[in-house]
Design a binder for this molecule. Structure first.
Ligand code: TA6
Length: 281
């Protein structure tokens, strides 16, 4: 383990599953080296931003339910080999912690993972806002196609009191009802399972009237934003989510879907990123 600044402690409650505990003047946060997975981010003067299932696995090889799962180097099912893990390798492997820097404005962590001829480097900045940039480099001798997503589970006070704006007019695919259309002008409310891919590069806002806050999700280099809430039946089917878990989160996911994948020539790199801001409503 590299030397850590005093603002970062290694939570060794489970030595087999290292978690970094961050206490900074701007925020508190927690990150698991497994998946380079943001578990928690509590900006100064705000409540917890992310939902973490009380029934999540926290062990090698199992995806964590909540926080920010990094889906890489593909999103959802692999485009050609369905025997490969859904949402890729990143979230089910331990990443190397390469750097940990404490500045007056933020904590900056650098982590890396190399697997199957592809190298990933993620930079995560915790401060008054949260920034994640995920860079892929093709270490293979042949061109490779790469996609992925930042599958953020945003904590909400009451699902009936939230809506998402910023999607007006965006072409979208409703994956539950297999409908493709342009999204209407009004906000997206949650009264059923929502699993939809919005073709937009615009920021989206999660407006939470219960918590009296607006979470703004900005992004770069990802053509799609996925919105997901499992609702009742799917919550009951997911073993790592309480039956009423759907009431407590909305996923807003900057994504590069399989049909949008980048072709990386040998040695080439590309990055995509997200920045999350909060403001009182
Ligand atoms: O959020 C989009 C999605 O692909 C949904 O279809 C749902 O499966 C969700 O990801 C969770 O996936 P996971 O593999 O973490 O259960």
């Amino acid at each position: 383990m590299i030397p850590l600044p005093s603002s970062i402690k290694l939570d060794s409650a489970d030595p087999s599953f290292p978690i970094l505990d961050i206490t900074h003047s701007t925020c508190r946060a927690r990150l698991a080296l497994h998946g380079a997975h943001v578990l928690s981010w509590i900006p100064r003067d705000h409540d917890e931003v992310f939902y973490l299932s009380p029934e999540t696995h926290m062990k090698a090889g199992k995806a964590i339910r909540g926080g920010i799962p990094l889906c890489w180097p593909w999103f959802s099912a692999h485009p050609t080999d369905t025997s490969l893990p859904s949402h890729g390798f990143a979230r089910i492997h331990f990443w190397n912690l390469d750097s940990a820097i404490d500045t007056p404005e933020k904590i900056i962590l650098g982590l890396s993972l190399t697997i199957d001829g592809l190298s990933a480097k993620v930079e995560i900045s915790f401060g008054d806002s949260l920034h994640i940039s995920l860079e892929t480099t093709n270490q293979d001798e042949k061109p490779r196609h790469v996609g992925g997503a930042m599958h953020s589970y945003f904590s909400v006070g009451d699902i009936s009191q939230v809506h998402v704006t910023g999607l007006a007019g965006a072409p979208y695919t409703d994956c539950v009802n297999t409908i493709t259309a342009d999204f209407p002008l009004d906000p997206l409310h949650f009264d059923r399972e929502i699993d939809a891919n919005f073709h937009t590069t615009c920021p989206t806002q999660l407006v939470d009237r219960d918590k009296k806050r607006i979470i703004q999700v900005e992004k770069s280099a990802s053509p799609t934003t996925v919105i997901w809430n499992p609702w009742i039946a799917k919550s009951q089917r997911l073993a790592d989510l309480p039956d009423d878990g759907y009431k407590k989160f909305v996923c807003i996911e900057p994504a590069i879907l399989n049909h949008e994948m980048h072709e990386l020539l040998p040695g080439a790199s590309f990055s995509f990123s997200t920045t999350i801001h909060l403001r009182a409503q």
